[in-house]
Design a protein around this ligand. Structure first.
Ligand SMILES: [Zn+2]
Length: 261
């Protein structure tokens, strides 16, 4: 994927294969999924969330946006491939200049540190200050994972330019500091949505529930505003967990939204 001069590569770590009947994650009746079967696994009973991150090469920066679940298994989450996937792109951990977190949920920070050691030794790690305050301290798991980064963290607190060709757009609700990465080069634009949207169904149906939203009402308002902004814009977008980590566009035909990869 190219956005003008910017190169964007998917970096796979693993998958979470979630039964749509699992009420820990989903609140919709099985029939509600029927019109959206194209987004489900072949058996029609699971939503598969890809785990990983996106590599963004822009100017002299090589940024990793989110860093997967990590080398472990906690059903339905299973990760471990991220460093191998990076190597397949010819990238070593020391090459990464910036690690950007769309938010600090465990399935986005898995490879930030391992056994208390920083994984990307030359990177500045960056996130929204609201997420740092929400997770580091109050959340024991996040604190264990992220506290070793304290000295090398940099924070944003609002929307605006962050790196060459990369702006942050704050989109709260899923977490307090959930952030969309907006890539732009020349006349081209693309967005990395993080978990503001878990699955394209949430862009098609304004009433579709989120997954693990810290503030569900705010998350829904944010999602619906995003869908209105995207529809018909032609801007390619990818959520952190979309199938195949593919970008797609939200089109409108005869008053109905359509998701096209
Ligand atoms: Zn996630």
């Amino acid at each position: 994927m190219r956005v003008g001069e910017i190169e964007v590569l998917a970096v796979h770590d693993g998958v979470a294969r979630m039964p749509i009947t699992d009420t820990d994650f989903f609140s919709m009746a099985p029939e509600a999924w029927e019109p959206h079967r194209q987004f489900l696994s072949a058996d029609g009973e699971h939503l598969e969330l890809v785990l990983g991150g996106f590599l963004v090469r822009s100017g002299d920066r090589l940024a990793l946006v989110d860093c997967g679940f990590g080398p472990m298994e906690r059903p339905p989450f299973r990760g471990g491939a991220l460093l191998t996937s990076l190597a397949a792109h010819g990238v070593q951990p020391a090459d990464i200049t910036d690690v950007l977190f769309t938010h600090l949920h465990f399935d986005h920070v898995g490879w930030a540190t391992q056994k208390g050691e920083v994984v990307f030794p030359n990177a500045t790690y960056r996130c929204h200050e609201g997420d740092w305050g929400h997770f580091v301290g109050p959340d024991a798991g996040a604190t264990r994972k992220l506290a070793p980064l304290t000295e090398r963290m940099a924070f944003w607190s609002g929307s605006g330019p962050l790196l060459p060709g990369l702006d942050v757009m704050v989109a709260p609700g899923h977490t307090p500091g959930s952030t969309i990465m907006v890539l732009s080069s020349g006349a081209e634009r693309a967005m990395l949505l993080g978990d503001v949207v878990h699955c394209p169904i949430q862009l098609l149906d304004d009433e579709w529930a989120g997954i693990s939203d810290v503030d569900p009402a705010l998350a829904k308002r944010t999602r619906n505003a995003l869908a209105r902004e995207l529809e018909g814009s032609g801007v390619p977008v990818a959520g952190a967990h979309f199938e195949g980590m593919h970008f797609g566009r939200l089109l409108v035909a005869e008053g109905k939204r359509r998701w096209v990869v």
